[in-house]
Design a protein around this ligand. Structure first.
Ligand SMILES: [Zn+2]
Length: 349
């Protein structure tokens, strides 16, 4: 039946275990509704402050970035009524897709998929609360395990969320249970977005699903593209603010806008404010990861095996060199944005 909820005994054993990471417990509590997203966001801000983040140290910037972090986050969405599916149907498609990937990915997928009745939780969509994620995979290195939760929107988006979240679960296993989110890298979504792109490709070629899902697929592709320009500029703006902070220590919004106008031709105040009002950290993470996943995907279209091989090398590399992997990805010959035109061309066909 379409009834998925985390196993109560398992949750209790994890919550009671001292070896289990506090973040993992927090995420369980949040996802199972033990406290609100707002409280968690406040904790996140506190953590950023405690870590001495440059933004948190600056009294003028803090309010601005608190707004960014707490701002409603809607990224890569398709209309909810694109395709009606039940959870079991969506899982069936998810499984069929992962069956088409290589043996290591497929085995990792089944490791979590087979336990779905204990470790997958469907949540009722909370339509008025836009800060709530569509899907979440929470990983415990201590337990070598992860739990997945998703919004039961019963549409194409739910399918893509499931494919996405299982992408995180699979990669967590391929990395030998190393939690990539710990190092907060800007590309930690590469593993899930690459799976999504491969899945769309597979869906488009699969006659049975193509007819129903076509609109949804194209919408998603377009949304990725829409965010790319903002990403690159938001990350550059972010760098600029960082530089300003380290040279002056105290900066005002006005100074940021003046400096941005100087540094970026054609960037007007309205656009700068728009970039700053976006949840920059998440936009950068998702969009930068998307750019890298698109590079992998372009390779995949030419040569699926070498793309999957590269993906695995990225995953395996995370274990030892979590922070330095941005360089490592470049060393593999993957450069964000390099094949964007090819990708765009394909979408327009
Ligand atoms: Zn993700």
């Amino acid at each position: 039946m379409d009834n998925y909820t985390w196993d109560k005994d398992l949750l209790e054993s994890y919550l009671a275990d001292d070896k289990v990471e506090p973040d993992f417990k927090d995420a369980i509590a949040l996802a199972s509704g033990q406290y609100s997203e707002k409280q968690t966001t406040q904790r996140k801000i506190d953590t950023i402050r405690a870590n001495g983040n440059f933004l948190a140290l600056n009294p003028y910037i803090v309010p601005c970035f608190e707004r960014i972090i707490t701002e409603p986050y809607n990224y890569m969405r398709v209309p909810r009524d694109q395709l009606n599916v039940t959870i079991d149907e969506a899982l069936k498609v998810t499984k069929a897709f992962y069956n088409t990937t290589d043996v290591e990915v497929r085995n990792a997928f089944y490791r979590f998929f087979n336990e779905r009745h204990a470790k997958l939780m469907a949540r009722n969509p909370r339509r008025n609360d836009k800060t709530v994620y569509k899907g979440l995979t929470i990983c415990s290195e201590a337990k070598k395990d992860c739990l997945v939760t998703f919004e039961a929107t019963m549409d194409f988006e739910m399918l893509s969320v499931l494919i996405h979240e299982y992408g995180h679960a699979v990669s967590f296993l391929l990395r030998n249970y190393h939690n990539m989110y710990e190092c907060n890298s800007a590309f930690c979504e590469i593993e899930s977005v690459f799976m999504e792109l491969m899945a769309y490709h597979w869906l488009q070629r699969n006659k049975h699903y193509a007819r129903d899902a076509r609109t949804g697929m194209i919408m998603i592709f377009n949304n990725i593209l829409d965010n790319i320009k903002d990403t690159i500029e938001a990350s550059e703006l972010n760098e600029m603010i960082k530089d300003m902070y380290f040279s002056k220590r105290r900066i005002t919004m006005r100074e940021i806008i003046m400096q941005a106008k100087n540094e970026f031709t054609g960037m007007n105040q309205k656009y700068i404010m728009r970039l700053l009002s976006k949840p920059v950290e998440r936009v950068i993470r998702y969009s930068y990861s998307s750019l890298l996943a698109i590079e992998l995907y372009e390779i995949y279209l030419q040569d699926p095996n070498s793309a999957i091989d590269l993906y695995k090398r990225i995953m395996h590399g995370q274990k030892e060199t979590a922070i330095a992997t941005n360089k490592a990805i470049k060393a593999l010959g993957i450069n964000a944005g390099e094949h964007l035109t090819d990708f765009t061309r394909e979408l327009k066909r």
